[in-house]
Design a protein around this ligand. Structure first.
Ligand code: NAG
Ligand code: NAG
Ligand code: NAG
Length: 309
């Protein structure tokens, strides 16, 4: 986290919708927890190749390092490993922005940034077609929270705004119903057990589990322990579910090639354990989703991009 709190507050001042839900004071968090709207929309819009799409992002490792981890290698053996997947840029934040906005929208750092309210994201296109969505962020203290949040016992960074793909977009944060779909992992567990998961979702583990503040082996272990049970959970891996496990970016030394694996029931048995060396990147993800549900496009780098299928 690089933002100073004064800079953060200065940027926030004077804009009602973007000034709510930022305080980390215990009393403010407790009050917001009690009142913040949470929504768990569902839908059943058939797609061309999949009916549910789940992205899970880990942090900051080159492809060669990730694929050498035994747990990440195991997961790759269970699906289609994309062996020429290139992250967009450095550092983290513009990659997260790119995968929902099909552009970095001028963001080049991890600071508190806001994208103009006229700018749409993939979730706007999904809404237009009635495809339900939610973002799940581990340790976000309540739905719609817009700050950064530390572990309250240890003071370690837990949830960070820069790893939440939608939070930089004013078109999201100015909407109560969109904020209500930016939820935490408690809500993921609840939506899963009550069979209320949406058709499109993006999951970010906390700074420990993503590997950001630990290691690739820690993140690999977390990912395997998290994903394998989900693949045999009928509320999660419904027919035609596509799960993508990847990273935001590689190291600064490499060419930004990262690990990316497609899992889930939408991957035919014959394709499990295969590799695909076509070049893809974060914009391919948006294009794939747009093609799948006939969403049109954002008029950004998604136009003319290559889809996975
Ligand atoms: C997750 O969000 C929900 C809904 O806002 C909230 O009630 C719950 O306390 C949060 N869980 C944690 C662990 O912060
Ligand atoms: C991240 O979540 C795990 C549980 O999944 C927890 O054990 C760990 O303490 C969390 N990290 C931080 C910094 O709070
Ligand atoms: C990757 O390979 C290309 C070229 O053979 C195919 O056109 C794609 O359909 C394939 N995609 C996946 C996800 O396997």
């Amino acid at each position: 986290m690089i933002v100073t709190s004064t800079a953060f507050l200065a940027l926030l001042s004077g804009v009602a919708a973007q000034t709510q839900y930022t305080s980390t004071a215990a009393s403010a968090v407790a009050a917001a927890r009690a009142t913040a709207l949470t929504l768990s929309p569902t839908s059943n819009v058939p797609g061309k190749t999949f009916d549910r799409f789940v992205q899970i992002w880990l942090e900051n490792v080159d492809y060669s390092v990730a694929i050498a981890d035994p747990n990440l290698a195991y997961l790759a053996s269970q699906g289609i490993s994309l062996t020429n997947y290139i992250a967009r840029t450095h550092p983290s934040q513009p990659n997260y922005v790119a995968v929902v906005g099909a552009s970095r929208h001028g963001i080049t750092d991890n600071n508190f940034r806001r994208v103009d309210s006229s700018i749409k994201t993939i979730v706007h296109l999904l809404e237009d077609k009635g495809v339900s969505w939610s973002v799940y962020q581990e340790d976000q203290p309540y739905s719609g929270f817009q700050g950064n949040y530390k572990n309250q016992l240890t003071g370690a960074d837990a949830y960070v705004r820069k790893h939440n793909p939608l939070m930089s977009f004013d078109s999201v944060t100015s909407s109560t119903t969109r904020l209500a779909k930016c939820k935490n992992f408690t809500m993921f567990d609840r939506d899963l057990s009550s069979n209320k998961l949406p058709q499109w979702m993006f999951l970010t583990p906390n700074m420990t589990n993503s590997g950001h503040d630990t290691s690739v082996s820690f993140a690999g272990k977390w990912a395997r322990n998290f994903i394998v049970p989900l693949l045999s959970n009928p509320n999660f891996n419904i027919p035609r579910t596509l799960v993508m496990l990847t990273f935001d970016e590689g190291s600064y030394e490499g060419n930004n090639q990262i690990y990316a694996v497609l899992l889930g029931s939408a991957v035919p048995t014959s394709k499990r354990g295969t590799t695909n060396s076509t070049e893809y990147g974060h914009y391919s993800v948006i294009k794939t989703v747009e093609d799948n549900w006939g969403l049109g496009n954002l008029g950004q780098n998604d136009v003319g991009e290559r889809a996975f299928f």
